[in-house]
Write a protein that binds this ligand. Structure first.
Ligand SMILES: C[S@@+](CC[C@H](N)C(=O)[O-])C[C@H]1O[C@@H](n2cnc3c(N)ncnc32)[C@H](O)[C@@H]1O
Length: 410
């Protein structure tokens, strides 16, 4: 397998270029396993499957979906939505509509959060426009159905708008009023024409998408995001998105708890720098008031790259929220990082987010079926929930794993 991958490195590079994907992500063992399985389903050799990827755009999209998984949840990075609420409230002083675009919206978790926040803030419906795009057809279909997957609700969903998402079957039904507020479009946000006018958006969300893209695609997407923004509009990125690449067209806004950027225009930037120098930075808060004057951070501050060790250190120091954010950034980049998955499972479990903990453990066990610590954690979760059959099942797996490795379970 490894030899084959080595043999086809050039072809993989070509596929990565064509799909605009970061080459390193294509080399991940989980993706290589997926390629093996897909080739076998199509009755092709791996090399034959590479040829298919080169010639078929639809196949590249399918592969891209394995890499940039349409996974998201309601109120992901709550501070970003607080900033959005503040901006929207202030926009009521003018006559223009408050326009938000979500680039890479997955199954709608992000734009529905925007809709919930704006509805809750009392922004009149006719003053809001939300357009959400994703290239994954299944994600857009799911979004249009208004039924979110079970993991779409995790935590940090404040009342009163939490009631806008009602449990239904194994998922969450979105309030029809919110559904009507969002227009979903199936589109490739790097290459397709965007159905939004230039310089028309107050807020562009492009979170946890840049991280998957190759440098040219990232630069293109940043330029497009910058083009969509009103002169005082903002781009909200994800914690793991690589800010260095935004440097040419966007500059960071230094506000705590959010990864926000704005377009650089020569005159606008000079004016803002003068503003920033003249006025103190107002600490970010959710209470309405004058628009914050963000301080321009120079030199550009790169967040420290988290490692499994730094995530553990943060958790050990009791800085649990920071550990969680750093851990999520880490596995967004490397979903096969078992140590971080285990740490996140433990953090989630301690915080009472059992479904999320279990999901991390499931993924970990998919990658490493005999992982004793993960199996033990599964046993303990099942026991705590009183699911004795599941506990026994995990215990048997754990015993088998220990026998195979010649060790003991506890
Ligand atoms: C990890 S999800 C992030 C969802 C959401 N923005 C968030 O932060 O929770 C990445 C999404 O970006 C989408 N995506 C990746 N590349 C894209 C492209 N070139 N065009 C449109 N969507 C893309 C994927 O289909 C996926 O739904």
């Amino acid at each position: 397998m490894t030899t084959l991958v080595m043999e086809h490195t050039d072809q993989l590079r070509r596929i990565a270029d064509l799909a605009g994907l970061d080459f390193g992500l294509l080399e991940q063992p989980a993706i290589q396993r997926w390629i093996d399985r897909r080739a076998s389903v199509l009755d092709l050799t791996v090399s034959g499957y590479h040829q298919r990827l080169v010639s078929l755009e639809s196949e590249r999209r399918l592969l891209s979906e394995q890499i940039a998984v349409p996974e998201s949840w309601i109120n992901r990075y709550p501070a970003s939505f607080e900033l959005l609420r503040e901006r929207a409230t202030e926009s009521l002083r003018g006559n223009e509509r408050f326009r938000v675009v979500s680039l890479g919206c997955a199954a709608g978790q992000e734009p529905f959060t925007v809709a919930a926040v704006l509805a809750d803030a009392g922004i009149p419906r006719h003053r809001i426009e939300i357009v959400a795009m994703d290239r994954s057809r299944s994600a857009i279909d799911a979004a249009r159905s208004g039924l979110l997957p079970s993991m779409a609700i995790r935590d940090d969903v404040p009342t009163p708008w939490r009631t806008r998402f009602q449990s239904e079957g194994r998922g969450w039904r979105v309030d029809p009023e919110l559904q009507a507020m969002v227009e979903f479009v199936e589109a490739d946000i790097v290459t397709d024409p965007l159905p939004v006018a230039a310089a028309s958006c107050d807020v562009v969300l492009c979170r946890n998408v840049l991280i998957y893209l190759a440098a040219p695609a990232r630069r293109r997407l940043c330029a497009r995001a910058a083009e969509l923004m009103k002169p005082d509009g903002i781009l909200l990125a994800g914690h793991a998105d690589p800010p260095a690449d935004l440097g040419n067209v966007l500059e960071p806004i230094d506000l705590p708890g959010v990864f926000a950027w704005r377009a650089i225009s020569e005159r606008g930037s000079d004016r803002r720098m003068a503003d920033a120098a003249a006025r103190p930075v107002r600490p970010f808060s959710s209470t309405p008031g004058p628009r914050p004057v963000p301080r321009i951070a120079r030199p550009v501050r790169e967040p420290d790259s988290p490692t499994a060790a730094s995530v553990r250190r943060l958790a050990d120091e009791g800085r649990v929220e920071e550990a969680r954010i750093a851990g999520e950034a880490l596995i967004e980049r490397d979903p096969d990082d078992l140590e971080t998955r285990l740490l996140l499972a433990s953090i989630e479990r301690d915080d009472g987010r059992i479904d999320s903990a279990r999901e991390h453990l499931r993924r970990l066990l998919y990658l490493s079926p005999d992982h004793s610590a993960a199996l033990l954690a599964m046993v303990s979760i099942a026991e705590a929930e009183g699911d004795l059959a599941a506990a026994a099942r995990h215990r048997r797996r754990l015993d088998r794993a220990d026998e195979d490795s010649g060790g003991a379970s506890s």
